[in-house]
Every structure is written in structure tokens, then in C-alpha cells.
Design a protein around this ligand. Sequence first.
Ligand code: ADP
Ligand code: MG
Length: 691
Amino acid sequence: MSRVPELFGSLTFNEEVMRERLPKDVFRALKKTMEEGSPLDPSVANVVATVMKDWAAEKGATHFTHWFQPMTGVTAEKHDSFLSPVGGGAVIMEFSGKELMKGEPDASSFPSGGLRATFEARGYTAWDPTSYAFIKDKTLCIPTAFCSYTGEILDKKTPLLRSMDAISKQACRVLKLFGKTAKRVTTTVGAEQEYFLINKEDYAKRLDLVLTGRTLFGAHSPKGQEMEDHYFGSIRPRVKAFMEELDEELWKLGVPAKTEHNEVAPCQHEMAPVFATTNIATDQNQLAMEIMRKVADRHGFVCLLHEKPFEGINGSGKHNNWSISTDSGENLLDPGRTPIENAQFLLFLTAVIKAVDEYQDLLRISVANAGNDHRLGANEAPPAIVSMYVGDDLDRVIESLVSGKSCGDKQREYIEIGASVLPPIPLDHSDRNRTSPFAFTGNKFEFRMPGSSFNIACTNIMLNTAVAEELRLFADELESAPDFDAALSALIRRELKAHRRIIFNGNGYSREWEEEAERRGLLNLRSTPEALPRYMDEKNLRLFETHGVYTYEEMKSREEIGLEEYSKTIHIEAETMLRILSRQIVPACISFSGQVAQSAAAKASIGLKAPAEQELARQVAEKTEQAVAQGGRLQEALAHVPGETEAAARYYQSSVLPAMEQVRQTADSLEVLVDKKCWPFPVYEDILFYA
Ligand code: ADP
Ligand code: MG
């Protein structure tokens, strides 16, 4: 363990390396860019590039790539080598400031959701100096943003950086009202990552896992997670070895992996890092997912990041722990100890509550895909309804603020918010309401709806921008108020009263909550095709335009891409299902029922009765026929997909998914009838309960 400090960040071009290797003035210029976003001078970039290349070459790198996050979930890279011919067959290793600052991947191979049709296909990547370059697979990876030449953003990093600027600007205005001068306010994120580890051999035998990342067939295992023995159980030695190597690999890349543990479902685990600035936390989470897959492979595992790899047991999510702090390190969601801190805290808290209520749809959109639809609202994870949990104590504070009445306890009177009279806020540290999608956990919020495969950029773009908007409105109102304390008090009371409906401290999985939420007028967007069109709601367009995060076209393109991705995912799943049905399951069933029938015939020929064989052969034959017919109906459904994007997505949800469900049910009932030796691929109990 003593090696850890040395190991940590050893493959990143971090501040320490910069300070050590860059000329003083260059380091200062770069640091200014990193902290204030000021443009970098080309001559400075040239020096940085050369130093970066030498450093990378010493670490064995031969190539470089602009590493970026296109609008679909993956990270993209195009590798170029440092080699530069100098004549006479000789080469030198070269890397210019221009190559560092700007790259030109062919934008036409990435989804642009219609932006490409109206604008140029060419795009460029631009270095994001706020995120450290790193070495992976002998390649110097330069974190970049990706835009079209006409300025439309084609990635997830650019709008994230814009949303961080937006919230910084508005939060600084609000802080000024409390007599504070913050230069910059940043949102921070710690993304807890859930995943499954299964044996490579099992994976390879399942076409559904290979092609779609989830099992499309599989009868529930007699034992699932009901004994709750996995979470507290000891970690399998092979998994432990995986986790140790994962930590090391992540540490080298400067990703502060902190905890590794088992999760609720068998084979399910979690990695949590120490939080970082949102932009960096996003890059690091993308990197973590990639490294997990690689390290798993070296240990004979496959790492499944799909939201719902197995039916009947929990799926995987990603908890987005989110807070706001100033450049001097003050966490604005920390209630603090003094009344003045409390008042400021209450104002920021109110902004978050209002933002979550008014932009429920955007938060839901940010976690919408075909995989996560199997999780949200499916009696596990959080429901599809966005609500907030603040804990009982804070809820009492809110109650007394709204009602204007003391909450009973003599020492706890919160009726006045005037900065000078508010007593310390007691905090419920007992939060373990695991059913809430958006829980306050002492000094941060934990948003639990993101799916395990998601890029967290989108969620944080929504959160940052929505909260920025509320802070903007608050600042406008309070800046012009003659009496700050009175105005503050009135504002907090008014807004909490208006948005209190979003707070729910009960069981989020219950049927009653669904009904109650409907009475409260909260949204319940059950599926991706229901959620995504809300991108284009007037209020949402206005929000992103006001803060310069997305234009109308950029929003439209994101809606399109999301819907297309949804349809494509289900299409591939349906085709895979049909392939497995016709080439593996049906042949296995036919041959098995044939064997059983033969056995029955053989017995009959010597005068023996064979009721068990007869019954089994009959059941298997009947169900096989049923499965074939259902497969035919699924095939038929796939032949009638409408052409228009939104209609197609809705059709996949309402017609294709139910047809798939039918096929699955029949096939799964066959699985438990057929001799295991005849079944064409590993079943749930084999996959989930390996030694
Ligand atoms: P748990 O949820 O198990 O109680 P913690 O609360 O310690 O664990 O942390 C969960 C995650 O929240 C970690 O990734 C941690 O780094 C992150 N986190 C803690 N404080 C903050 C913060 N101020 N901003 C963002 N994330 C945070
Ligand atoms: Mg947590």
C-alpha cells in the first residue's frame, strides 16, 4: 500500500508534472486557462505539447488521441502516432501545439441527430485543459470537446462545461448577497458505479449477452437475491483480485477509486470514487467503465454494465452524488453552524427543490434509454417518478417555514429566516431511504436514477442548468429588494410552499405513491419514448437558451438521437431473440421432445405405460409450437415499424416489447422442462452462482 501515493496519477499529465516540467511562465499561463477558462496562446500550446509528448514517450507512449464523448454513450478516440518522417528513412517523435489543441475526426461517422443534414459534416475536437491528459494503452489521451465547424456541439462535454459556467455565474451572484466574493463556484460529483461480473465462458455461450448486453431469455433462478446474503457476504477471491487490479489501474490514471464492495444481487458489485469537479468526475467515470471491462477480461470475467442484465434480480445504476462548492472550498449544501450559514443553505436548498420540481422531465430524460426502462418503475431502484427525500428533520424545518408555525419542539423554531435569527438546523443523518430517486444525504444530493451504462454528463447538464436558472431568478429578486432579510424570508417561504409537492419521504416503490404522486401532479414518464419528446417543451428550450447551454437545433438533435438509439436497441434485441429462438431453442426442444417420445415408444413396444414421458413430450411439443407462433408474431411486428422517429420509438415500446415478452415467457417455461444437458446455453443459476 505504501506504493499508492507514487502510483496515483502516475499516468496523468497532472499539475505536479506540469509544475515540474513546464517553464514557469508557461505553467502560469496554462494554470490561468485551467482555472479561468482564458484562451491559451499558440506559442504556449507548442511548449506544452512538446513537454507532454516527451513525458508520454518516457512512459512508453507512441501514439496520441483526442479522447471525446460523442452524443451516444461511448467514448471515442482516433489514434495518430507521434512519428514524423525527417527524410532518409529516419523519423522523429513530434507533437505540435496545433495537434494538442485541435483534431479533426470525421464527424460524419458520429450521430448528429439531424445536425449533420443542415450543417457541415466536418467536426473538430478541442483540448479541454481542465481535465488532465493521460496514458492508456501506450497512447497519450487528450480530453477534448467535439464540435461542428459551424459551432454546433456534437458531444457531451461542451454543454457540461457550459452548464458549469452557468451555475457558477448565478451562484456567485447569490453569494454576493450574503457578503461573499467567490470567483468561481463549481459543482462536484461522485459517481458510484454498479456492475456485474460473470464468467467469460458463460458470456461467450450466450448470443443475447454478446449482442445486446442483457439476457433476453432465462427462467428465474430458484435462488435470487432474496436471502440478501451477497451484499454482506465475503468477496470471492477471484473478484477480490479483480478489484485490487482495478483500483491500481484507476489510481495510475488519477481516478480516486475509494470503495469496492458487493451489491445486492448475486455477482453484482460497486465501485465508488472520491468526488471531483463535475467535468473531471464525468471523464473519470467514462474511463472507469472502460478500465473495468479491460481488467475483467484479464481475470476471466466479463463486466456487464447493462442496466438490467438479468430478469428477476436488481439491475445496475449509477448514483450521481452532487453538490456545489466555492473556490475557497465552502460546500453550499452544507447546512453549516451559524444562522447566516443556515439562511444561505436554505436558499440554495430551495433552489434545488424548485429546480427538481420544475424540471422533473429533464432529469427523467437524462436517464432515459431502453436498458434503464427495465429498471425505473420496475419495483426496484427508484421509480420513474422524480421526487426528493430530505429527511425528517429537514422536512420539519420546511413544514414550519411554510406554515409559519413552530414545529413544537421549544428549541426548534424555524419560523423566522431573517439571517440573524435562524437557529442551527438539526440534520437527520439517518438517511437511508433507499427508495428515493433524489435524496439529500447531509451535504449533497444523491440522484439514483442514472443507469449503470450512462454517461453522467447529461444528468449534470440538466441539474446544473436548472439550478442555475432558479438561482438567477432568486438573485434578480433579491438584488432589487430594499430589505434583504425580509425578501429572503418571503422568497424561501413562497418557493417552498409552491414546490413542496416534490418532497416525498415515504416508500417510493409502493403503489400508493404512484397514486399520491398523480394527485400531486407529478410526472410519471414510464418509458423513454414518453420522456424524450419533453426535450422540446417550451420551458425547457427557454431554459437552455437562457443559459447558452443548448440551442433549439442542439436539443432537437438530442431528442432524435435518443429516440433512434432506443428503437435500434430494441430492434437488435428482437432480431437476436428470433435468432436464438429459431437456431437454438426450437431445435433443442424438438430434439428433446423427440428423445422423450422415442423413449415412450420403446416402452410401449414392450407393453409398458409411459405416462411421464407422454406428458412431458406433449407439453414440450405444445409449448414449442406456441413459441414458434409467438416468434412469427414478433417477426410480423418488426415488419410494420413506422418510418417517423417518434412514432417508431413508441411502436417499439407498445408493440415490439410486448411481443418479445410473450416469446420469452414461453421459452422460459420450456427451459425448466427440458433436460439441462440439452439446453443450448448456460442458465441463470450457472451464470450467477459460480464458485
Ligand atoms: P455513502 O453513500 O455510502 O454513505 P458517501 O456519502 O461517503 O458514501 O459517498 C458517496 C459518494 O458521494 C462518494 O463517491 C463520495 O465521494 C461522494 N461525495 C461525498 N461528498 C460529496 C460532495 N460534496 N459532492 C459530490 N460528491 C460527494
Ligand atoms: Mg450512496
